[in-house]
Ligand binder design. Structure first.
Ligand code: FES
Length: 222
């Protein structure tokens, strides 16, 4: 069997043991000549690109072009995604709202819908303003002075609050309740003329939305 291996592998046998129990060292030597890369099949020399025939420029151009296309596609995808999450024109139009307040008489409240929620705009009388300013804030559950709830301290008659009860979200009734501010009939919360919670289960004052005067007759919500 050993002789078969030796014959088929084209190796010459320098010394070999004569018996099956022999432990003498066996050495093989190849008759093939390796090329300068240590290869028996000369593949390195056969397949290497000859000098002056380099395709490096073409390869760089191809890879660079592919990367440019990938980057352009990624940029377009990012722009489409940002455009899809931006507010549309109709949403932006609803974000801010102008209200003419000239027809709101002293002591009355109007309700407008803004961003899907009711908003109370109240023209307070001098008596209601005095009540709101004279309140002992140490008794309040959600401590806020009346001035902190106004958009313009020089126009204390105008109070704007969200018409959403801070207990469970019912719409309170204006000019009702113990304090003549707002009353929520759902569970009996009483708000004063500044929209602050005074009695009942609601934990917080009626929220004041962002608003401002555009002129003496127009206010802007949002
Ligand atoms: S929702 Fe207004 S008191 Fe409960």
């Amino acid at each position: 069997m050993l002789s078969n291996i030796v014959r088929s592998s084209k190796f010459s046998l320098k010394s070999v043991c004569k018996t099956a129990t022999c432990t003498q060292q066996v050495r093989f030597q190849s008759n093939e000549v390796k090329d300068h890369m240590g290869s028996y099949d000369n593949a390195y020399d056969d397949y290497q690109i000859a000098r002056g025939q380099s395709r490096r420029a073409f390869t760089y151009l191809t890879l660079g072009g592919a990367r440019f296309l990938y980057a352009t596609g990624a940029r377009l995808a990012a722009m489409k995604f940002v455009a899809s999450i931006s507010a549309s024109a109709d949403v932006l139009a609803l974000a801010a709202m102008e209200v003419d307040v000239t027809k709101i008489s002293p002591g009355s409240t109007i309700t407008v819908k803004w961003r899907g929620k009711p908003v109370f705009i109240r023209n307070r009388t001098a008596e209601e303003i005095a009540e709101a300013e004279g309140c002992d804030t140490s008794e309040l559950r959600d401590v806020q002075t009346d001035a902190e709830r106004l958009a313009d301290a020089s126009k204390p008659e105008w109070l704007v609050v969200l018409g959403v009860c801070t207990h469970l979200g019912c719409v309170p009734l204006p000019n009702q309740g113990i304090y003549k501010g707002w009353f929520c009939p759902c569970h009996g919360s009483h708000y004063d003329t500044s929209g602050r919670i005074r009695k009942g289960p609601a934990p917080l004052n009626l929220e004041v939305p962002p608003w401002s005067f555009m002129s003496d007759s127009i206010i802007k919500l949002g």
